[in-house]
Design a protein around this ligand. Structure first.
Ligand code: ASP
Ligand code: MG
Length: 605
């Protein structure tokens, strides 16, 4: 007999009719010989309605009372679903988060789960009852048994946490869309359903997938290896499987506050090529990486920094043995990029064979702004200068001098308490073979970011640590971080530009914070630009496949879209473009990777 945890979202329990339909599905699952724990959200838009009620009586309701209020929504659903089940002859019992013993931090409105007591659940399951549990809520034991909530969308997280605590066979998330789609169907109606996706891909697609599945739920599933599937409660279609790598052993206490970083990796087979002072116009990155792809060279990191005047730098890394070929391609292209061939201070190629890449990775980085800062601080304490930085949702990569690599590795392992036995590459124990899956699984567009640029940051160890440490203190999560290649010599001090993106809502706060820092550190000005869009392609299948970046950049070039920034991780490539070109870019890229299909996906309003 299998133990299954099913979760039904707000629309799935949006009316008493829908609740009865859910009850039927639950009973069907029981009749197939399963034991069942069902987690439900508040009915329809109940949580939003409650938020609005609060606003009517208070301009800034405190988080404790908000939790008291919002947790009532789920309580209505569990009672009604239990009643419906009993009415249909199925024994069932409803339990609130507190009754189950979903123990969380004493942190109102964004509590993380510490532990789930399973005794009471098991007792009811053993009596043949379906246990209906309120999602999104828990209880703190540290103080006075406070009711807490996990943050909006948190019922998914409740469900997966219950599944891992009960060692369930699988967790099914029922929602109002058929599963995870290749992109946002509201913008691209040809978006297709994915049969499966890896947890890492899902996390990298956070800005696309978060609406369907709470990233914290994916993080728990990945950490504990819980089979997860997202499917529609309106049909019998199989939905999308979220596949996790084989998990490392982990305790169930401190469930959601386990290590944010679970891998530190070093790659010293890297060499860097930089093209400096190239024109900031559409098509350049496409040309460069098409040539590289024609030579069948696989590039690893690619970064393009912000432009100064109308010039850009693009840098990339390849394995050392192909550096000559990569350099030759860059050298061949450079002259044609000079607007005035007689002017020698234009496009120039710079090669560095003595570099290494260190990376930290882990699902727990999402929404925890201190992690990247801690990496930079650790390197700074060792006196290690960072030459390139590239970040994604679940990874921070730094290119450093090869001579520093041993110290970098050991200090990072120590700082993040990762021992060398867990240095395995993140792809190593993945049940999915990158050769058998599409290079690109999905494309995400994020309109909600602002870009900050900090000019002329002195090029010495510790600067990134200061900048991102300060932002972490202000609780600002930073998304793409890019450090320029070119050094400007300013008053005899070499300097670099640093650019990064944050949520638009944090843009001004970040700018103000940095302006203080600029005075102390002698940097240049800080600028913020909200009129940007970030477009990302994600796929575990792009590893070791040349030409993926080239195809991406070509799709943008064909639409005459200028790329303002580029950052990559192993399974993701992101470009920043002008905001008003975002949708055009998304459509073109989705098409270029043949992700479109003719299945009509119904999108609820
Ligand atoms: N009802 C809560 C919300 O709307 C939790 C959930 O549905 O996941 O945020
Ligand atoms: Mg949801």
């Amino acid at each position: 007999m299998a133990l299954v945890v099913q979760k039904y979202g707000g629309t799935s329990v949006g009316s008493t009719e829908r609740i009865k339909a859910v009850a039927q599905r639950v009973i069907k699952t029981v009749q197939q010989g399963n034991s069942l724990v069902v987690v439900v959200s508040a009915m329809g838009k109940t949580t939003d309605t409650l938020v609005n009620l609060a606003k009517e009586v208070s301009t800034s309701p405190c988080r404790r009372e908000m939790d008291m209020l919002l947790s009532t929504g789920e309580q209505v659903s569990i009672a009604l679903l239990s009643m419906a089940l009993k009415e249909m002859g199925q024994s069932a019992v409803s339990l609130t988060g507190a009754q189950v013993g979903i123990v969380t931090e004493a942190e109102h409105s964004r509590a993380r789960i510490l532990q789930i007591k399973t005794d009471r659940l098991e007792k009811h399951l053993n009596q043949g009852e379906v246990v209906v549990v309120a999602g999104f809520q828990g209880i703190s034991t540290s103080e006075d048994l406070e009711i807490t909530t996990l943050g909006r969308g948190g019922s998914d997280t409740s469900a997966v946490a219950l599944a891992v605590s009960l060692k369930a066979n699988r967790c099914e998330i029922y929602t109002d869309v058929p599963g995870i789609l290749t992109t946002d169907p509201r913008i691209v109606p040809e978006a297709q359903l994915m049969e499966e996706i890896t947890a890492d891909e899902m996390l990298e697609l956070a800005s696309l997938g978060a609406k369907v599945l709470h990233p914290r739920a994916v993080e728990i599933a990945r950490n504990y290896g819980m089979p997860l599937v997202v499917l529609s409660s309106w049909s019998d279609n199989p939905g999308t499987k979220v596949v996790s790598p084989l998990p490392k052993p982990r305790s169930l206490t401190g469930l959601e506050i386990t290590k944010a970083v679970d891998g530190v990796e070093l790659d010293n087979d890297q060499a860097k090529v930089a093209l400096l002072r190239i024109p900031d116009s559409p098509g350049i990155a496409a040309r460069l990486f098409n040539e590289i792809a024609q030579q069948n060279l696989d590039v690893d990191l690619i970064i393009q920094s912000i432009h100064e005047g109308n010039l850009n730098d693009i840098a990339f890394t390849v394995v050392k043995k192909v550096i000559k070929q990569a350099e030759a391609v860059a050298e061949a292209i450079a002259p044609s990029l000079r607007s005035d061939p007689t002017q020698l201070d234009e496009a120039e190629v710079m090669v560095d064979k003595r570099v290494a890449k260190v990376e930290i990775s882990g699902a727990g980085m999402i929404g925890r702004p201190g992690i990247a800062a801690k990496m930079f601080r650790t390197l700074a304490t060792e006196g290690i200068n960072i030459e390139m930085i590239s970040t994604s949702e679940v990874k921070v990569s730094c290119v450093i001098d090869e001579a520093d690599c041993d110290r970098a590795l050991s200090s990072l392992c120590q700082a993040f308490e990762v021992d060398s036995s867990s240095l395995a590459s993140s792809t190593e124990n993945n049940p999915i073979n990158p050769d058998n899956i599409p290079a690109v699984r999905g494309v995400a567009l994020d309109h909600n970011q602002a870009r900050l640029a900090l000019r002329h940051v002195p090029d010495r160890p510790g600067m990134a640590a200061k900048i991102f440490g300060l932002l972490a203190e202000k609780n600002i999560s930073v998304d793409m971080i890019i450090q320029s290649q070119r050094c400007h010599i300013l008053n005899d001090v070499p300097t670099r530009d640093v650019a990064f993106t944050v949520a638009q809502a944090d843009g001004e706060t970040a700018k103000q914070a940095l302006e203080e820092l600029v005075k102390d550190l002698d940097c240049g000005e800080v600028s913020v630009d909200s009129a940007i869009a970030k477009i990302s392609i994600v796929g575990a299948g792009m590893i070791g496949k040349p030409g993926v970046a080239a195809k991406f950049f070509t799709a943008l070039a064909q639409e005459q879209i200028n790329i303002q920034m580029i950052a990559t991780s192993e399974i993701k490539i992101s470009c920043v473009v002008a905001e008003d070109e975002g949708i055009k870019a998304l459509k073109a890229v989705h098409d270029a990777f043949n992700l479109a299909g003719d299945l009509e996906v119904e999108v609820p309003a």
